[in-house]
Write a protein that binds this ligand. Structure first.
Ligand code: HEM
Length: 403
């Protein structure tokens, strides 16, 4: 008996085997139920590229309009919990015109120039971490986690002595983005939100009194005429940037090693022609994206492909499914670092398009380059264990041997 779209969706969210390899499910959904309404309430699931892009860009979709500042939604058991991270929403959960104003101001502090200036520092940090790994051990613990965490800390301006304390608190907030988040996850996030919120408030006050050359100081100062970010907006968005900046990139780096070990012929191609590095990173992002789901709330009825998505519904777009839509690329199931038709949904689309995309790409390119410089043979020595998560999907650890 074939599974219903609802069963497939549940599987991809809950079943460890499906989380480890969700692509056949995305494919089946794309082919048999590209837009479907779930039995779990007013939620619609979209798996093709064009429809995902259209809906993520549609001004009739956005964040639910309630006044509570929130990094979380409803727990899987139905209990309403809000993991507050301050008195403002981060931009990810804002709608225009507030989103436009806040994103504009934050973008001023997060310029391509600021990202490119970090290249030297990213190279030095990568080399330091690879030295410590010394060719063997858990790549996630040794490189893929600390690198983005240190880079984002340096960018934002979190002092070195506070980073080890702050990181696990931020890590407790991230699982609230999962559709399967439990009340326990939410409770842990509440406590983490409170503690880290107090810390950030103090740090903001310190930087206000004594600005430095970091993003926190730039955000405090960012202004457009009379317009400035409020204290609460600075706090909420620093939180977002900090949290968005490491788990996602951690998984990108681990996925990169996994895919090249699985496809040694593709690794050889990049080794033979280093100019393929940027393209190879795009292909990793397409083939194995760290963020698999994105979501929106629907403000007005929307007609799409002959279906009406009613006002008041929620939408889940399957980003990883969209990336492998045969309508936008040839042989989507094959991993090919030379393909010239990469179109990505991995960073979302429209007004919430990932603000950190250039930084994530930079880190992956540097790590790939440094690994190529150092090691000819890449090996994974134990079957990786997947975290039980699908919105931000990745392995717990990755035991490697590089020679
Ligand atoms: C491989 C790494 C990354 C992936 C796959 C990723 C993915 C995404 C996605 C899918 C969105 C859109 C969310 C939506 O439409 O609701 C997003 C938004 C965002 N990302 Fe990333 N991200 C990554 C790295 C980063 C980094 C390194 C930063 C910061 C340094 C960052 C900061 C943000 C911010 C601030 C937003 C919200 C933008 C807005 O609401 O206007 N991301 N990201």
């Amino acid at each position: 008996m074939t599974a219903s779209p609802d069963e497939l969706l549940l599987k991809v969210m809950m079943d460890p085997a499906a989380i480890a390899d969700p692509h056949s499910i995305y494919k089946e959904l794309r082919e048999t139920a590209p837009i479907f309404k779930t039995a779990m309430g007013d939620t619609w699931v979209i798996s093709g590229f064009e429809n995902s892009r259209a809906l993520l860009r549609d001004p009739r979709c956005g964040s639910p309009m309630d006044d509570e500042a929130s990094m979380s939604r409803v727990a899987v058991d139905g209990s309403e919990r809000r993991s507050r991270t301050g008195d403002a929403r981060p931009m990810l959960f804002m709608n225009p015109p507030d989103h436009t104003r806040v994103r504009g101001l934050v973008s001023r502090a997060f310029t391509p120039r600021r990202v490119e200036q970090l290249r030297g520092e990213v190279v030095a940090m990568t080399d330091g971490l690879l030295d410590q790994l010394d060719g063997e051990g858990d790549f996630v613990e040794a490189v893929a986690f600390p690198l983005p965490a240190n880079v984002i800390s340096a960018l934002v301006g979190v002092p070195e002595e506070d980073r080890d304390w702050l990181r696990p608190l931020i890590a407790d907030l991230v699982p609230t983005l999962e559709p399967t988040a439990t009340a326990e996850v939410m409770e842990k996030a509440d406590a983490a939100g409170e503690q880290s919120g107090e810390y950030l408030q103090k740090l903001i006050a310190t930087r206000r009194a004594d600005p430095k050359d970091d993003m926190l100081s730039a955000l405090i100062q960012a202004s457009d005429g009379e317009d400035r970010l409020s204290e609460a907006e600075v706090q909420a968005n620093i939180f977002l940037i900090y949290a968005a900046g490491f788990e996602t990139t951690t998984h990108l780096l681990a996925n990169m090693v996994r895919q090249f070990v699985a496809h040694p012929d593709q690794l050889q191609k990049v080794r033979d022609d280093r100019s393929l590095i940027p393209n190879a990173v795009e292909e990793i992002l397409r083939f194995d994206p760290p963020v698999q789901l994105d979501g929106r709330f629907v403000f007005e009825d929307i007609e799409i492909d002959g279906v009406t998505i009613e006002k008041g519904s929620s939408i889940i777009t399957l980003l990883a499914g969209a990336n492998r839509d045969p309508a936008i690329c040839d042989n989507p199931e094959s991993f090919d670092v030379t393909r010239d038709d990469v179109q990505l949904m991995s960073f979302g689309s429209g007004i919430h398009y990932c603000l950190g995309a250039a930084l994530a790409r930079l880190e992956a390119q540097v790590v790939l380059e440094r690994l190529l410089d150092r090691y000819e043979h890449w090996e994974i020595t134990a079957e990786p264990v997947w975290q039980a998560r699908i919105t931000i999907r990745g392995v717990e650890g990755l035991d490697v041997k590089f020679r």
